[in-house]
Design a protein. Structure first.
Length: 472
């Protein structure tokens, strides 16, 4: 079964809501109209009774209307007020007089009914000849058990006609109102969803070769623009990811092609020319170095891939960062000394951070290894650890060749190397800093770099201090 579209669902919702509102308000209005009409008729009936009471006279044991026949206007008003009129004697309940209209309606009461009405009921509603009437019942003189029961009536046809007319109008007009609202709701839904259809059409025109395109913004700042802006931001991130993936593919192809070309060339030369055992030995040593380079690069790539896939598990613990840096610097000191480079440390004691020690060790080794690689002989490297503003601060400062200003924004990208011309002189494939940045950010920290060509480079790593008190 096909699901209704958003426009159809909105239209159906509008129609059902309007139908429910019309039903609720129709019932309320019908009830209010009934109360108002009944109140008006009751008030009119009270006024008739009050008017007739001014002309009632008791004479010789009977109750009569004292009307001046010569006053036509007065006679007409009394006759109109007493059109539906009955008088009964109390306590026997005998009928004394009634109007001609009541006689024609055939309204009769038994003495028992007269006593009941005289005792408790001020108003009585009756159905007579398919027409309803309301009678006002009063005892004159008031409270006299030997007095008279006077009944004055008024037809309820006007009230019933008003209620029926209102009900018929509502039942007749409501379907047209619902239909009109459904059409208007459909048009409004189509107009409201038109920008969404335009966005969908624009989105369908974007593929992997057109990621630079963006969805149009109307400038209204409404939810549609917010959706388009969010989609554009997603497209921008996707474009960056695809660009990085393409750069990654090109870079890894280049990095793999170079050692493979060297290996193939050396092997072809060895096969074409005769060599001594020592020559073959040197050839194999050279090829082993290339294999080591390839293995190191592949391992770094696997680590990065596993990291981005969320497959690496962390074992966080309290780490004495000061002690770790001193230990690693001591291990690399012979390497620096072999290049006549001075490696100095300035570690504030008991600077603790929380994290995975092997991974943080990898960050420190990477930064120290880069500093040694890019510092010329006779240079100087300074490693420092301190606590500052609630963070553990690790600094690796060298007096090496530095990084060009245009390369600094890209220094943490994969396979990026600031000076391609020196790639053959300095080992590495440009993955170490990318991996170091990922590790630091995984530890809820950050890494920054400052450099000046020919003057040196400074890497700073900020890590949250451990909440564990070292003294405990």
């Amino acid at each position: 079964m096909r699901t209704l579209g958003v426009g159809a669902r909105l239209t159906l919702f509008y129609s059902l809501m309007l139908t429910a509102m019309l039903a609720v308000f129709g019932v309320l209005f019908y009830h209010s109209l009934s109360l108002i009409v009944d109140h008006d008729l009751t008030q009119e009936l009270r006024q008739r009774v009050a008017f007739l009471n001014n002309y009632l006279r008791v004479s010789n044991g009977t109750l009569q209307l004292a009307v001046d026949p010569s006053n036509l206007e007065e006679s007409y008003l009394v006759h109109s007020a007493a059109r539906y009129y009955q008088v009964f004697r109390l306590p026997d309940g005998n009928l004394l007089v009634q109007s001609q209209e009541v006689t024609l309606l055939g309204l009769t009461l038994t003495p028992e009914q007269v006593h009941t009405i005289a005792g408790v009921q001020e108003f009585t509603d009756l159905q007579l000849n398919q027409e309803r009437f309301r009678f006002h019942n009063s005892v004159l003189p008031e409270g006299n058990a030997n007095g008279f029961l006077v009944r004055v009536g008024i037809p309820l046809a006007a009230a019933d006609d008003a209620r029926r007319g209102f009900l018929h109008s509502v039942l007749f007009l409501a379907p047209f109102g619902v239909l009109a609202s459904a059409l208007m709701g459909w048009q409004m839904a189509r107009r409201a969803l038109r920008p969404m259809r335009e966005l969908a059409a624009a989105a369908r025109g974007i593929d992997v070769d057109k990621l630079q395109q963006r969805l149009p913004l109307r400038g209204t700042g409404d939810e549609v623009d917010e959706l388009a802006q969010s989609f554009n931001e997603t497209l921008a991130r996707l474009e960056d990811s695809v660009a990085q993936m393409r750069q990654f593919t090109a870079s890894i192809s280049h990095e793999l092609r170079t050692p493979l070309t060297v290996l193939r060339g050396e092997t072809e030369v060895a096969l074409l020319e005769g060599h001594s055992v020592e020559d073959y030995r040197q050839l194999l040593v050279s090829q082993l170095e290339e294999f080591d380079s390839l293995t190191h690069m592949i391992n770094d790539l696997l680590v990065l891939a596993s990291a981005e896939a969320g497959e690496i598990r962390w074992s966080e613990q309290d780490i004495d960062l000061s002690k770790l840096v001193l230990t690693l610097a001591e291990q690399l000191e012979p390497v620096a000394a072999s290049r006549n480079i001075q490696l100095a440390t300035a570690a504030e004691p008991n600077v603790h951070a929380r994290g995975d020690e092997p991974w943080l060790e990898r960050v420190i080794l990477n930064l120290l290894d880069n500093a040694i690689k890019f510092t010329p002989k006779g240079g100087h490297i300074q490693v420092g650890v301190a606590s500052e503003n609630g963070h553990a601060k690790l600094c690796v400062v060298d007096k090496g060749i530095g990084i060009p200003p245009e390369a600094i924004p890209h220094i943490f990208e994969r396979f990026y190397r600031a000076e391609p011309s020196r790639s053959k002189r300095i080992p590495g494939v440009g993955l170490g800093l990318a991996l170091a940045k990922w590790i630091v950010e995984k530890h809820r920290g950050r890494i920054t770099v400052e450099s000046e060509s020919g003057r040196g480079t400074s890497f700073t790593v900020w890590l949250p201090l451990s909440s564990t008190d070292p003294a405990e």
